[in-house]
Design a protein around this ligand. Structure first.
Ligand code: G3P
Ligand code: CA
Length: 245
């Protein structure tokens, strides 16, 4: 059994319990004992970095359209809670800076995913880096993306920032690629996690932080293989699993 326990990163906050990527979901994750929060960032028409998963607002708010076509003020007028449950009416799409300040206050880690795969947001990487620096949070964040060009941009802006390479499948010896990219972590879809991958990554000082670990059997298997963090919609469940090991 590995000697370290994995960090628990709540995927879009405690999104099984509260509307994803809202302050309510982040606070619920904190109260459930998560070590940190995974969240997604995009940009409004007027250049505000905001926390939302989809490129469109339709699924998680009462509005319609692309995030990039809203000003921040327009976006703030949308309800980001009632789609989940009417007790969350009034939740809004958070500004990224507000989440940084909240996480700093509570000494939580942040795994910030740059959503640059579908819509290209001019200078999003630069803006995110500057906002994190403005809160002296560089040491407490990991920037991740499925778009590895975005992560290379982050490293070019400031090599001190830690990056995590998200991928779904098909990466051979990912620790070699991670080292070449200067990545601290790989973030594979969990079925990729096998002992050979764990050994290769840890021998090369690359952390393994898979997603999406929601099933109890998978939670136990990931912990037994020694992953460094799990990204889960159920931080409460993962805490119970770890407590019983
Ligand atoms: O952190 C992994 C996970 O967030 C990636 O997928 O679609 O939930 O952003 P998605
Ligand atoms: Ca994400």
């Amino acid at each position: 059994m590995p000697t370290h326990r994995p960090l628990i990163l709540a995927h879009r906050g405690f999104s099984a319990k509260a509307p994803e990527n809202t302050l309510a979901a982040f606070e619920a994750a904190r109260l459930a004992g998560a070590d940190g929060i995974e969240l997604d960032v995009q940009c409004t028409k007027d250049g505000e970095v905001v926390v939302i998963h989809d490129e469109r607002v339709d699924r998680t708010t009462n509005g319609r359209g692309w995030v990039k076509d809203f000003t921040y003020q327009e976006l703030q007028g949308l309800d980001a809670g009632s789609w989940f449950h009417n007790t969350y009416r009034g939740q809004t799409v958070p500004r990224f800076i507000a989440v940084l300040q909240w996480a700093k206050q509570h000494r939580l880690l942040l795994n910030i995913e740059l959503k640059t795969g579908v819509v290209q947001y001019p200078r999003l990487e630069q803006k995110v880096v500057e906002l994190i620096r403005s809160q002296q949070m560089t040491e407490r964040v990991l920037l991740s993306s499925f778009n590895h060009y975005s992560l290379r941009t982050v490293k070019r802006i400031d090599p001190r920032f830690r990056i995590g390479l998200l991928y779904m499948c098909g990466m051979v010896e990912p620790w070699l690629y991670a080292n070449r990219m200067g990545a601290s972590a790989i973030q594979p879809y969990y079925p990729n996690v096998i002992p050979e991958l764990m050994a290769g990554c840890h021998a090369n000082r690359v952390m393994v932080s898979p997603y999406l670990i929601d099933d109890i059997k998978v939670m136990k298997a990931m912990a037994a293989m020694g992953v460094d963090a799990v990204i889960t919609n159920h931080p409460d469940r993962m805490r119970l699993v770890l407590a019983e090991l």
